[in-house]
Design a protein around this ligand. Structure first.
Ligand code: ADP
Ligand code: 5GP
Length: 190
């Protein structure tokens, strides 16, 4: 594949609770021209989530088959469930010149960096550690034990920031979405 096609692949990653889903939901609404990859997952749908919109919800057997048939661009286990990016649709969109955004975890970001030359890795960082704690706690969906586990994981994820090409600080969702769009559409002159 030509370099000028692959450079449009952008990966957004960052610690749990930083606001990745919020940024992606905003992008979906305000910048529908950016194509957001829909991942496959073995996790059960949360209320309001629909098959084919937030995720393709698949069984363990189906996920095994996707791996075996090489249909995933990358995949990882996260908090007891498996998540992966379907390869074919991403390649099709890139070939047609559309900007493509993947919102995936750190392990997935590392795989994309290895396998997709020219991809752009964007790290979403919290304004401060205290604010990350506030956001994770403020969601109100997790027990204190789970929050502690996620915060421990967040420390590891924050330490990986230097592996990324760019950091965006999520102070304002609107600002991050604007900056992300600018990064995705900038020409490298190749
Ligand atoms: P992630 O997908 O990274 O785990 P979420 O998108 O679920 O994170 O966001 C975690 C919490 O932080 C949510 O309650 C969300 O409303 C809040 N949040 C996200 N972005 C911001 C922001 N820029 N300012 C304040 N709160 C935010
Ligand atoms: P959640 O269960 O909260 O929707 O997602 C949990 C984690 O899985 C998040 O960090 C999210 O970025 C990550 N994730 C979602 N889809 C994929 C994927 O296709 N591949 C990888 N590696 N991670 C993913």
């Amino acid at each position: 594949m030509a370099a000028e096609v692959r450079q449009r692949l952008t990966v957004l990653s960052g610690p749990s609770g930083v606001g990745k889903s919020t940024v992606v939901a905003h992008m979906r609404k305000v910048h529908p021209e950016v194509w957001l990859s829909v991942s496959a997952t073995t996790r059960k749908p949360r209320p309001g989530e629909r098959h084919g919109v937030q995720y393709y919800f698949v069984t363990d057997e189906e996920f095994d088959r996707l791996i075996a048939d090489g249909e995933l661009l990358e995949w990882a286990e996260f908090a007891g469930n498996r998540y992966g990016t379907p390869r074919a649709e991403v390649l099709k969109r890139l070939e047609s010149g559309e900007p493509v955004l993947l919102e995936i975890d750190l392990q997935g970001a590392r795989q994309v960096k290895e396998s997709m030359e020219g991809s752009q890795l964007v790290f979403l960082a919290p304004p401060s550690w205290d604010e990350l704690v506030r956001r994770l706690t403020g969601r109100g969906t997790e027990s204190p034990e789970v929050i502690e586990r996620r915060l421990a994981a967040a420390k590891v994820e924050l330490a990986a920031e230097s592996e990324f090409d760019t950091t965006l600080v999520n102070t304002s969702v609107e600002d991050v979405a604007r900056e992300l769009l600018a990064l995705m559409t900038v020409s490298t002159g190749e």
